[in-house]
Design a protein around this ligand. Sequence first.
Ligand code: C5P
Length: 237
Amino acid sequence: MTTANTDRIIIALDVPTKEEGLALAGRLKDARTFKVGLELFTAEGPALFRKLKALRKDVFLDLKLHDIPNTVSGAVRSAFRHGVQMMTIHTSGGREMMVQAAGTARQAASEAGRPKPLLLGVTVLTSLKGADLEAVGQPADVASQVLRLAGLAKAAGLDGVVCSPQEIEVLRREFGPELIIVTPGIRPVWAAAQDQKRIMTPAEAVAKGADYLVIGRPITGAPSPNEAFLRIVEELA
Ligand code: C5P
């Protein structure tokens, strides 16, 4: 996949209100895509998307959907109607859930004559370790579980997966160039790690095969977010 470096960086809008989110989006004039997660979406709902759209921004809706196939595909349709360009669903929701979600995304886009939203599969949450997987009856080997779920996602027609930087290489090797890989846990050398433990620089992650980098605080917490953003874009060049 060839993506312009400015479009590779997705800004995590981890703020509680639309005022803060829109102020950040306004300051980040060179950034294109903004990730809205559970906190901000629960606070502000889809009305926020129209406001981001008015700023000519794309929306990555990160709700990590996990429900029965009919419910998840309904949510995919609703998100698309509200102008979402990328969204996440849990691969552990199963093959049928993913197949239906992917089919709905394709159908909704073709009916509307707009580009299909990218559907990304969440594999194993990085907050879970081997023992946590075992406790819920899954194989304790995190890496093989990630590979298994990513394979299921690809076969079911999802566009890509979200993974930690440590898994980029093996997923790229296993599934080739078609699978879109999105990774958080990114820290430029000049930024503080904060609570991220297994971090990688933007250039390293792209060299290993990431298509999109989700970056929050190194950009949103910088004195000039747009300058921090452009500095990372330059590092990728
Ligand atoms: O501020 P920071 O760059 O750490 O933000 C990273 C974003 O990616 C946050 O929205 C965080 O919830 C998300 N994320 C993560 N690690 C994961 C999955 C998602 O940091 N494994």
